[in-house]
Design a protein around this ligand. Structure first.
Ligand code: ADP
Ligand code: MG
Length: 607
């Protein structure tokens, strides 16, 4: 028998490759827009018909192509973006495989019109199923226009496989939005069936997000920024109360390339832990900038997956940056005064148009960790002196200054907060403290719980919990499975500040407990409760064991509602609360602080 292996003709090879690169009209849209970006365009127009099935056209004002390049760009592996294997490790362009146009040309009717600025005439090329049917010079504007008509016309199986026009259109809009978000300074438009769906002039990222998703998003966004040696991170995340029931508004861009990454997604979602309603998804639009040598984009033909060298470090950076933003920008639903809050019910409501939302502005430059680190070995030493500058009333006016607590108190006692006013307790439950713009009400139990929780978490990380020796060590005898559980958890329990060791069969002796536990607690009880909670939580919450332990201990150790507090204790509590990463949100996602502004008060008194 003669030899039977033959090389496939290019057109067939391209058709096969097309199956990978172009799965549906939206994939062609992505490739064309990426090419326009790579060509340096700052104006990109997308026009589609019938969900992209009859027409996809992208017009750009980029660098254009010479006559020869215009012909060559449809060849397989024809690219201007890399030349040698090493270039693969320094990719800054969207494309580099030189496959897109060859693929598209194999499965559609394609028309290319292009002109470089320096050329007098442009080139028009018409290709059908990889065959050039026309090539001629033409007077054209600088830049490139590529139309793809009748996608999959020669592969009926693929064409029939396409979904309805609205579904395909939805995919196109998704791709378009990703590109529009990735390049906010580029002017994008999208027309479908002769209607302009998007008109996005070059703008800032925040403006772009608002333009893409709608005006209401302006209040929903919190900036994230972090510069490290491994990555630079920036972008926006959504406030937790606006989280949606469907995933969707979640975008990672790595060197401006949209990627899907469940691992990094997990890092972000983890940062929201405890403050997100169940089964809801927060918005994020995050840009990661990283040395191209440290990633591999070439995992999949559509390039939406990336491998990273420092995956774990990136995860940690992402999580902590998002967490910090959530904390620093006072993410809490409490700032809109809803009708349930106390005395507002007694006031007859004003006509709707007169009601203006309370205007609180945050000082975005305020950094609670800057300055003011006084001495002392405890974590509470990191107390910001001017935490009340977090809040600033929009119109500061001396005449409006109210003195809630009598000015005498201002000069007595050393534990002052905020403008020298002593905090005081309401019903042994809440702490009232004056701030520049009004006053805040703090839930004492939730606040202390938050403080302890964050402190325990830090101790767990540094593996050194402050401990206080017990005068009379107590033994705790447990059943077999609990004994096993504690044995497993021993390193974590010690990290919290417990001094505990095995002491005979199924028995431990507790010689010291965490330094921060309220005086008079019983060692054995604390340990038993911790264990009980741990077992309960384990069933309900998907938290790490560290976090569960820290949570339980914080809950039991925190001062209770009803407990009388000294002025000094209150001042310390407030200062420590504001040194927390997330001072506003309790461990179960409820507010810790309610803010009442002077303006709100004056309005209520209708001054
Ligand atoms: P790749 O983008 O991977 O290089 P493509 O098949 O998408 O491969 O494009 C092939 C080449 O055609 C590009 O490398 C580029 O030189 C040229 N090209 C494609 N689209 C444009 C455009 N809109 N403007 C200028 N040049 C383009
Ligand atoms: Mg390309």
């Amino acid at each position: 028998m003669s030899d039977i292996i033959q090389l496939l003709p290019d057109a067939v090879a391209n058709q096969i490759a097309a199956g990978e690169v172009v799965q549906r009209p939206a994939s062609a849209v992505k490739e064309l827009i990426e090419n326009a970006i790579d060509a340096g365009a700052d104006k990109i127009r997308l026009i589609v018909k019938d969900g992209g099935k009859s027409l996809i056209q992208v017009i750009d004002n980029g660098c254009g192509m010479s006559v020869t390049d215009a012909r060559l760009c449809f060849e397989r592996h024809a690219t201007s973006k890399i030349r040698k294997a090493e270039d693969l490790f320094a990719i800054r362009t969207m494309g580099f495989r030189g496959e897109a146009l060859a693929s598209v040309a194999a499965i559609a009717h394609v028309e290319l019109k292009t002109r470089r600025v320096e050329d007098e005439l442009g080139t028009r090329i018409v290709i059908e199923g990889s065959d050039v049917v026309r090539q001629e010079p033409e007077a054209l504007p600088a830049g490139t226009s590529i139309s793809i008509k009748n996608l999959f016309y020669n592969i009926p199986a693929r064409r029939n496989f396409l979904k309805s026009n609205p579904v395909e259109m939805r995919h196109i809009v998704d791709e378009f939005q990703r590109m529009a978000l990735a390049y906010p300074d580029v002017f994008f438009t999208l027309h479908s069936e002769d209607q302009e769906l998007f008109h996005l002039p070059g703008e800032t990222l925040k403006q772009r997000i608002v333009h893409v998703f709608g005006n209401s998003y302006n209040q929903r966004l919190v900036p994230v920024q972090e510069e490290t040696t491994i990555i630079n991170l920036n972008g926006f995340i959504g406030k937790p109360e606006y989280a949606k029931k469907t995933r969707g508004e979640q975008y990672f861009f790595v060197n401006n390339r949209f990627v899907k990454d469940p691992y990094l997604n997990h890092a972000v979602v983890k940062a929201y832990e405890g403050i997100l309603p169940a089964d809801s998804f927060p918005l994020y639009v995050l840009f990661i900038e990283i040395d191209p040598a440290k990633i591999d984009i070439n995992v999949h033909p559509t390039k939406t997956e990336i491998k990273y060298e420092d995956e774990r470090a990136i995860y940690a950076i992402l999580q902590s940056a998002v967490k910090r933003s959530l904390g620093r920008y006072n993410i809490t639903p409490t700032l809109d005064f809803n009708q349930e809050t106390g005395f507002s019910q007694m006031i007859s409501p004003k006509p709707l148009e007169e009601i203006t939302p309370p205007s609180i502005t945050f000082n975005p430059d305020y950094n609670p960790f800057e300055g003011g680190r006084s001495g002392g070995g405890r974590q509470s030493a990191a107390i910001p002196q001017q935490w009340d500058t977090l809040y600033q009333i929009t119109q500061k006016s001396q005449g409006e200054q109210l003195d809630l607590h009598g000015s005498d108190a201002a000069h007595s006692g050393e534990h002052m907060t905020s403008g020298g006013k002593r905090p005081f307790q309401l019903h042994n439950r809440y702490i009232v403290s004056q701030i520049h713009s009004g006053f805040i009400l703090i839930d004492q139990h939730a606040a202390h719980e938050r403080i302890l929780f964050e402190q325990f978490r830090q101790q767990q990380e540094s593996r050194q919990g402050a401990s206080q020796q017990s005068l009379f060590p107590q033994t705790v005898t447990l059943n077999g499975s609990d004994f096993q559980l504690i044995t497993d958890l021993l390193p974590d329990i010690r990290a919290l500040g417990f001094q505990i060791r095995e002491f005979g069969k199924h028995t431990f002796v507790v010689e010291g407990i965490p330094a921060d536990l309220t005086a008079g607690v019983n060692e054995r009880e604390v340990l038993e409760r911790l264990l009980e909670d741990y077992k309960n939580n384990q069933a309900q919450l998907k938290l790490s064991r560290h976090e569960q332990l820290a949570r339980s201990l914080a809950r039991h150790a925190a001062i209770k509602p009803g407990m009388v507090l000294e002025a000094g204790d209150m001042a310390e509590l407030i200062d420590r609360l504001f040194a927390c990463e997330m001072p506003n949100v309790s461990l179960n996602g409820k507010p810790i602080i309610l803010t009442f502004t002077l303006r709100e008060l004056t309005e209520r008194f209708e001054r």
